[in-house]
Every structure is written in structure tokens, then in C-alpha cells.
Design a binder for this molecule. Structure first.
Ligand code: BMA
Length: 974
């Protein structure tokens, strides 16, 4: 028995469970980046005589309004990065301590970017000469040789300004972009609006340390602060720009829709290669304001399809588009599948190149994208057509195959978009892929992400739930605002349309719920705000999106009741209904480790708990005086109102709060306990959702089809719901994600006097004859007390309770878990695991269930020590893999291993029930075992205990500790 159980916990075997895509990951990236370079070169070659752009080195100067500051500017870029580079912002790391407040003056000033260059005199001969900006952040005037050629006020719109006259006058170009402070702009817009009526909120809560009126400017809403992030309202030329002359057409975007020529089976067949009807819409910038232009369109789909057709393209308002349809026969292309599905190897993506060749001598124009063949659907059928009152599904089907969405919510990876590299984006999204996620929601208070982001998502098989950028506010609906939003939607839908990863469009975050729940005091004028809501999200965002993209689902809000919300005129009576649509669930005042508090929603699109990042992340931007949970820095960075107290409350419910004695140790212990609390809470909630995937109760609750926890990543070093810290370190939660999202999961929970063991399988392969081991341990002994082995099946696409053990009759707690005054549930705990076959097969899942609270547990002080570090070895995950062997003299809870080097472990935050455990460390760069040895640190729960007698498990001392001044039961909330 002991041997079988050791096998289950033989930690470093876990690597064999890494997704097989991993092995092939590198080549996929190489292909893609080559493509990007190729595309860049290609466009430069074609336009070389008549293009000036951000792809070439160009000297820019950044100046403030009174000209007291003049520094080199970077484009694409922004004012904060340029002022940092010039040493004007010089207080250490950009995010150091209170820099968000100290640097706020930057956002209050107006700034201008200027440059001078010469263009080929031939440029002026072109039919049309334009300045194109893919992104200006945000309110700006574009000035050429002293003349204003255009104005901007939406960060998400691509702007095109005619500058032909200016270039005809002079081929020396003085280009200046004058940015108005976004704070001045939005305050003015707010006040102008107020003359009519209030569009709330008037401001963010004071805890945000932020700026007001983000909802009055089309800019990253979180740049004015959020409940997890600072205010750095940026300005700058944040995306590619160019000055270009052309005579006919220039391809801007390629919209790609593939519809199978046959009905796809509901059970996946990864070898199936159906035929497809393809619709391409090619969107052009036109040199003619209106009229017809003749030429050829060449369409080249990698090794599959190549056609050149003569065509006439009709321009209107300097734009044109051409729709082309064609069919691809069977067996020519593989289907694209999300992470966890499909044949091993890189995901099937195909290069699609379109070239426009005008009849005249004018240059050609070309563009390439990578496409995938798949269908997406958000199924909202009635769960029981015979009884409609039981509600509707909210279930994603890809290629006609229903699947459970496992994932998280993405926020901007930095408050300054210009500093986010491809490598960092890849690191974060890979961390999602490795942890079995198949869906990422790009949340509506950030930005429409970079092309790189979606290219990576395409390659990793991460479906993207794409919000439009409206969150937690009411918004204006005057005509100029609506027109600008329509432009924004056109820009973004056209840009992103071809990505197979994009699953659906959603118009806003939480604004239906806000309206219904009167979050911003709109109730007295509900009908007015509701009419505005519909004008913006239904009549504008939805209509424009659907005119461009009929291939994807569109939902108006999240959370939302889907069809039911539509039928209730878009503001449902109960947007949080469990019977319809999605739910965002947050509850910080109940016991987060108790599964009974969670709602059996159809789709949990947001849920989570806060924790602070690790000490290693915090110390980069803090000094010693900040290292306490009550320091002014800690309160400054906690933007979620009441967040400090909620964390203390939740930790105190389950564990012993470290004394607030100002020592580094107690601060580190506090950070560690934060992460333990968050990891177990989100595990409890996520497993609850997965357990509900295939059944409903008599009220119709169940058929849960998605669990997207809040949130994937962090924007800075502060308390947040993220599982990945700023910089990419994995919080304890992220290691738990890997375990609770594993395709075949063993999930334990206590219901009354029973320990229930559920097996969830969200793949289409049943696993039969699996060995399930359930083992009872005592906290004070490092050996199994009793165990139950059984043979169970993990039925494809089902969650089932496969075993039930009564705590008293089967597990015999009375007999096995005696210890003086201690309750039985505080003496024993349960671990379980499932492996394929008769115990020798692959370990599919390991899990644990505490029966009581760890603060009452009969734990003995554990000394978890590093026995050895060996390596580096070459594995599919890292060229610098190290094996770390740990030993412990006692059962140890939440064993947490940290090193200075960037990278991640095969497992972390685990329970140690054997004397020895080995894990792997996958270093990101090169390092040595000696260097790891120097920084390695291991913490387990009893290391945070200050009272030795508690560590001895003395009941009276436990009670004494309960009355410690820092215990939550003694906390007075103010
Ligand atoms: C949800 C999100 C965010 C927020 C998070 C945590 O409401 O949509 O607005 O950051 O909760 O409070």
C-alpha cells in the first residue's frame, strides 16, 4: 500500500503530464516570427519609395507644453517610458513604492511628439498621400508643417489623415502630435456631459488612488486605476504609424470565415478533414474617394489554394472592400482545436496571402495572415425543451463539439502597453496553456491586445473571449461618442477577425448588472440609462460587429443571461441567474474553503480571491519600512475597498495570522498565508464548477460549462486576484490551477458526514479501470492510517461521484483520529489519487481534503529541508531543468519552494506525507545548482507558527492562540 501511495505522490513524474503540444512548441513560434519578419520586409519592399513609418529609425522629440522638458521620444512608445529613459523620472524601478502618485504630474501635462524628415519628392505625385496611425493614446492634434491635419480622441481607432497638400507644399515634413492631458480631456468631457445629465460614476473609490472620468475618454479604462492596478494615464504614439502615398488600393485587413461543407460530428474526430466554404473579405484603403478600380486579386492559401482573379473594386469614402468566396475540398486542411484537443503537435494554422495588383503601373499591395479552420458556437438551447422554466445552456461548442471552458481573465500585462514584449506575453500565455486552460477572457477595462497576443493564442489553442473595452461604468451616448465607438469596433473587428482563437465578442463588462443593481445611482432615471445602454451596446457595438462578423457569437454583457437578457429587453431582472448565461461570483465574507457557498451557475466567467505576491516580487519595489501588512505602502497598493480586512478575515478563519510585529519574517509569513488561502479557495470553487458539468438539480441548476477565474496576470506588484505575479512568477494558485484543471480530475469534498469522491473527465476519452486510492492520514504521523483502493471509470464528458466514505463508519475517525482533547477532524486528513490501470499507469490526478481547519490541526513542527539539487538536465520544458529533493520529518502542509531564478516548478504548495519528495525546477535562463542552492527557501505551514506549543498540537495552546490580539475574532472593523 505504502508503495502504491508513494507512486501517486512521486512528484516529478508529473512532468509526463505536460501537454504534448509543449514538445513541439518551439518550431511553431519560429515559423510565426519568421512570418512576421517576412511580412514586415514585404511591406517595406513594396512601399519603399513612398513610405515613412515607425518600422524605420526615426528621431522623435518629446516636449511638454511649456518646453521646460525636451527629451528623445520613442515611437511606438509613450511619455512615461521616454521620461524614464531620459532620467526625468528617476526614482528607481518604474513601479517603485509610491511612484504612481509621484509621477502623476506627467498625466496632468500636455505633451508633444515631433519629428522632421524628408520625403522623396515623388511622394507628392501619388493620387493619395496619408498619415496612418494604428494607435494614438489618446486626445491629440496631428500637425504637419504647422497645419492641423487631424484630431483624435480614441486610443482604439486607426486614424487616416490626408496630407497630400502638405507634401505638395514641401517635401520636408515637420510632424507633430500634440497630446492633451487625458485628465484635462476627460474632466472637460465629464463636465460638458453633466450640463445635460450625469453619466456616472463621478469617480473611482478613493482606495483606488486613481483619477476620475475614465468613462469619458476612449482609452484603457484601467490606466486611470483599478481595484488591482495603479493610475498612470499614458500618452503617446502607442502603435505603428506611417506616411504613405499610393494610387489605387492598399490592403488593410483580411476577414476570414470558414464554414464546413458537411455537418461535423458531435464527438470529436481529430483525423477528420472536412471541406470548407471560405469567405474572405479584403478591406482596402483607397486612393480614390469613390469610383471603380480594376485589377487582380491573388489569393494564396499555403499548399492548398492559389487563385488570381480579375476584379473591379468599388471605393467609397476612401475605403473599399471585396468579398471573395471559394471552396476547399476534403482532406486538404487539418482542423484547428483548442488546447487539450486535437492530434499532438503544433496547432493547424495556414498562411493566407492576398495581393492586390492594379491594372495600372502602380505598385501592388500585399498582406499575409495565419488562419485556422474551425467553427465556434455558444449553445443556448433549453436544458429541457419539455420544461423551459429550467433555463438554457451557455455552452461553447468548437467544431460542433461541446467543451468545458477552463481558463481565466486577462488584464493588461503592464500599465504601459509599450513595454510588454513578445517574450513576456508568450511566457504568460504559455503558463495558461501548461495549466490546461483553453479559454482566456480579454477583459473590457484594458486594451484590445496586440497582434502578437492573438497570434500566440492561435498557436497555443487558447480561445479568446473578447470583450469590447467598456467596464464598470455608464458611458456617454452623444453622437460623436457613438461614431467614435463605431470606428473603434470596425478597427478592431477587422483587425482580429481572422484569428481562429477568437471565440466570441462581448460588448461590456458588468454594465447590465450595474444598471440592474443600481451600482452607480442610476435607479431614479432607470429608463433613460437603459435607453443609453441599448444605444451603445446593442444598436452600436452589436450592430457594427454583426455587420462585419456573423461567424461568432455576440453577447451584450458579462455577466448576462444571454438570450434571456435579450428577451428581457437587454437588462434582465436577474442578470446573476443560475439558469441563464454567465455569472461573476465574489464573496469575501463567507468561508471560501467551503464549497457550499458557490453558485451552480451555467458559466462562471469571473470568480476569485485576492492574495499578495511573493516577497521576492514585492522586495523589488519596496524598502524595509513597507514590509508589514499595515504599512502605508500595503494600504496604498490595496485598491479593493476593504481588501486588507477581507484577507485577514479569510486567513484568520483557517490559519493563524502572524503577529503584526513589523518583522520581515511576519511579513513574509503573511504573504505566504495569503497565497495558501487564495490557492485553496479558488481550488474549492473551481472544482465545484467542474463537478457540476454534467448534471442538473430539480430547479434546473447545473450543466456548468465554464470556469474562468479572475485573473490570469498582474499589472504591477500589489494585492490582486491574479495567479501569475507581475514579472511572471507563479503564485501558489497557479500550481493549483495545473492540478484542478487537469483533464481527469479526482475531486474530494465533505457533505455532512460523508467524504464524496468525484471524478471529472472533460475529455472525450473515457478512462476505464482507473485505480483510485483514498488514504487517511494523521497530521502527527508520517504514515497512512487506512486506505481504500477501488477501480473506477472516468466517463468521457461527465462528472460523477464514484465513491462515498462515511467519516465515522468507513474512515472510522473515532477509532483512528483520537488525540486527547482534539476533535477527530483536526487530527486526520485525506489524500487521494487516480492512476490509469492497476496502479502502475500514469498518474492522472492527485488531491487532498482537510477535514477541519489547519489552524486547529494536530500538526507537529515540520522541518522541510533541501536534500539535494541536481542538474541541469534537458527536458521538453527547459534546457535548464533541475531536480530538487526535499525531506521532511513530519507531515507538512502547503510546502512552498522558492528560488531567485525565474522559472517554475513541476509542483509547489503541496502536502508532504512522505519523508522524501522530488520536484523539478524549470529555469527560464541558464543557472547552476550552486546558484539555486544559495537562494532556495522552503516554507511549510508550521514555519509560520510563532508559538512552539501550537506546533506541538497542544489543545489549550490552540485555544490561547485563538484569543491572540491578531486573531480575526478579535478584529474590530472600522
Ligand atoms: C470584476 C472585474 C473587475 C474587477 C474584479 C475584482 O468585477 O470585472 O472589474 O477587477 O471583479 O474586483
Amino acid at each position: 500500500m505504502r508503495k502504491a501511495f508513494l507512486d501517486i505522490f512521486h512528484q516529478h513524474q508529473e512532468t509526463s503530464q505536460m501537454p504534448s503540444e509543449e514538445q513541439n512548441y518551439q518550431p511553431a513560434v519560429v515559423v510565426s516570427s519568421t512570418m512576421v519578419v517576412w511580412r514586415l520586409l514585404f511591406s517595406v519592399v513594396v512601399w519603399t519609395t513612398c513610405l515613412v513609418s515607425s518600422s524605420r529609425a526615426q528621431e522623435w522629440t518629446l516636449t511638454n507644453a511649456n518646453k521646460s522638458i525636451e527629451v528623445p521620444g520613442s515611437v511606438p512608445g509613450g511619455v512615461y517610458t521616454d521620461l524614464m529613459a531620459a532620467g526625468i523620472l528617476s526614482e528607481g524601478d518604474f513601479y517603485y513604492r509610491f511612484n504612481d502618485l509621484n509621477y502623476r504630474w506627467v498625466a496632468k501635462e500636455d505633451w508633444s511628439y515631433s519629428t522632421t524628415f524628408e520625403v522623396d519628392p515623388e511622394m507628392a505625385q501619388h493620387q493619395r498621400v496619408v498619415l496612418i496611425f494604428d494607435g494614438l493614446d489618446t486626445a491629440a492634434e496631428v500637425v504637419v508643417n504647422g497645419v492641423v491635419v487631424g484630431k483624435t480622441n480614441n486610443m482604439f481607432v486607426r486614424y487616416v489623415f490626408d496630407v497630400k497638400e502638405r507634401i505638395q507644399e514641401s517635401n520636408v515634413v515637420d510632424l507633430e502630435i500634440r497630446f492633451e492631458s487625458p485628465l484635462t480631456y476627460s474632466t472637460r468631457a465629464f463636465e460638458d456631459q453633466l450640463k445635460d445629465y450625469l453619466v456616472p460614476p463621478k469617480c473611482v473609490p478613493k482606495e483606488y488612488q486613481g483619477e476620475c472620468h475614465a468613462n469619458h475618454i476612449r482609452k484603457m479604462q484601467a490606466s486611470f486605476s483599478w481595484d488591482w492596478g495603479p493610475a498612470f494615464p499614458n500618452m503617446g504614439i502607442w502603435k505603428h504609424w506611417e506616411l504613405t502615398g499610393f494610387d489605387t488600393l492598399k490592403i488593410r485587413d483580411i476577414l476570414f470565415t470558414a464554414t464546413p461543407t458537411e455537418e461535423l460530428p458531435a464527438k470529436p474526430d481529430f483525423s477528420l478533414r472536412p471541406g470548407w466554404n471560405i469567405t474572405l473579405e479584403v478591406v482596402f484603403d483607397s486612393a480614390l474617394e469613390s469610383g471603380s478600380i480594376e485589377g487582380e486579386l491573388e489569393i494564396f492559401l499555403e499548399d492548398v489554394f492559389n487563385v488570381t482573379t480579375e476584379t473591379t473594386i468599388v471605393a467609397k469614402d476612401f475605403e473599399a472592400s471585396k468579398t471573395v468566396t471559394f471552396e476547399i475540398g476534403q482532406n486538404l486542411v487539418e482542423m484547428w482545436w483548442p488546447n487539450g484537443f486535437g492530434v499532438p503537435g503544433p496547432r493547424a494554422l495556414y498562411d493566407l496571402n492576398v495581393t492586390w495588383k492594379p491594372k495600372t503601373e502602380s505598385p501592388a499591395s500585399s498582406k499575409g495572415v495565419r488562419v485556422g479552420f474551425r467553427t465556434v458556437e455558444l449553445n443556448q438551447d433549453f436544458v429541457d425543451p419539455a420544461n423551459e422554466t429550467l433555463g438554457r445552456h451557455y455552452r461553447v461548442h468548437v467544431n460542433n463539439v461541446k467543451m468545458f471552458m477552463k481558463g481565466s481573465n486577462w488584464i493588461p500585462a503592464h500599465i504601459l502597453p509599450e513595454v510588454v514584449s513578445r517574450d513576456y506575453t508568450l511566457e504568460l500565455l504559455r503558463a495558461a496553456q501548461i495549466t490546461h486552460q483553453n479559454c482566456i477572457r480579454v477583459w473590457g477595462g484594458g486594451i484590445y491586445e496586440t497582434d502578437t497576443f492573438y497570434e500566440i493564442a492561435d498557436e497555443l489553442g487558447l480561445l479568446i473571449w473578447q470583450d469590447f473595452m467598456f467596464a464598470c461604468s455608464m458611458y456617454p451616448v452623444d453622437q460623436p461618442f457613438l461614431d467614435s465607438v463605431a470606428d473603434e469596433v470596425r478597427t478592431q473587428v477587422r483587425r482580429l477577425h481572422h484569428h481562429p482563437s477568437i471565440l466570441l465578442w462581448a460588448a461590456n463588462n458588468e454594465n447590465e448588472a450595474a444598471l440592474r443593481g443600481n451600482w452607480y445611482g442610476t435607479a431614479s432615471n432607470f429608463e433613460k440609462y437603459k435607453a443609453d445602454y441599448k444605444k451603445l451596446y446593442v444598436e452600436t457595438v452589436r450592430n457594427v460587429t454583426q455587420s462585419l462578423d456573423s461567424s461568432r457569437p455576440f453577447v451584450v454583457s458579462s455577466p448576462n443571461n444571454g438570450i434571456e437578457s435579450e428577451e428581457e429587453d437587454h437588462v434582465a431582472k436577474h442578470p446573476y441567474s443560475n439558469l441563464y448565461g454567465d455569472v461573476h461570483y465574489y464573496n469575501y465574507l463567507s468561508d471560501a474553503w467551503d464549497w457550499k457557498i458557490y453558485p451552480p451557475t451555467r458559466f462562471a466567467s469571473e470568480y476569485g480571491f485576492q492574495s499578495w505576491p511573493s516577497f521576492r516580487t514585492m522586495r523589488n519595489v519596496t524598502t524595509e519600512e513597507d514590509w508589514s501588512r499595515t504599512s502605508s505602502l500595503s494600504y496604498h497598493r490595496q485598491h479593493h475597498p476593504g481588501g486588507q480586512e477581507e484577507i485577514v478575515l479569510e486567513i484568520g478563519l483557517h490559519m493563524h495570522l502572524p503577529p503584526g510585529d513589523g518583522t520581515e519574517k511576519s511579513y513574509r509569513d503573511y504573504l505566504y498565508l495569503n497565497q495558501v488561502h487564495q490557492a485553496v479557495a479558488v481550488k474549492t470553487e473551481s472544482e465545484f464548477y467542474r463537478r457540476g458539468m454534467s448534471s442538473i438539480n430539480s430547479q434546473g441548476e447545473g450543466y456548468i460549462s465554464g470556469a474562468l477565474y479572475w485573473q490570469t496576470n498582474d499589472i504591477w506588484q500589489g494585492p490582486s486576484w491574479a495567479s501569475l505575479e507581475y514579472g511572471g512568477r507563479w503564485k501558489m494558485l497557479h500550481y493549483y490551477v495545473k492540478k484542478f484543471f487537469t483533464p481527469v480530475l479526482v475531486s474530494l469534498y465533505v457533505d455532512g458526514d460523508d467524504l464524496e469522491v468525484a471524478v471529472i473527465n472533460d475529455s472525450y476519452e473515457s478512462v476505464t479501470g482507473m485505480t483510485l486510492s483514498v488514504v487517511l492520514y494523521r497530521y502527527d504521523q508520517m504514515k497512512p492510517i487506512t486506505h481504500f483502493n477501488s477501480t473506477v471509470d472516468a466517463v468521457a464528458m461527465e462528472a460523477n461521484v464514484v465513491a462515498r466514505y462515511n467519516l465515522w463508519d468507513d474512515l472510522k475517525l473515532t477509532e483512528h483520529c483520537q488525540s486527547g482533547l482534539q476533535d477527530e477532524v483536526d487530527v486526520c486528513f485525506v489524500v487521494a489519487g487516480a492512476s490509469a490501470g492497476h496502479g502502475e499507469g500514469e498518474i492522472l490526478s492527485t488531491n487532498f481534503q482537510l477535514l477541519g481547519k489547519p489552524k486547529d490541526a494536530l500538526l507537529k513542527k515540520a522541518s522541510v529541508e533541501v536534500q539535494s539539487i541536481s542538474g541541469p538536465y534537458l527536458t521538453t520544458i527547459s534546457n535548464n531543468t533541475f531536480i530538487i529533493t526535499l525531506s521532511s520529518n513530519q507531515v507538512a502542509l502547503f510546502v512552498w519552494v522558492e528560488v531567485d531564478d525565474p522559472g517554475f516548478f513541476s509542483d509547489n504548495g503541496f502536502l508532504m506525507v512522505t519523508e522524501e519528495v522530488s520536484i523539478e525546477f524549470y529555469a527560464q535562463g541558464s543557472t547552476t545548482k550552486e546558484l539555486l542552492q544559495q537562494s532556495i527557501q522552503v516554507t511549510s505551514l508550521t514555519d509560520t507558527y510563532t508559538d512552539e506549543s501550537i506546533a506541538r498540537g497542544d489543545r489549550e495552546a490552540v485555544m490561547e492562540k485563538a484569543l491572540h490580539p491578531n486573531d480575526i475574532r478579535n478584529l474590530i472593523f472600522v
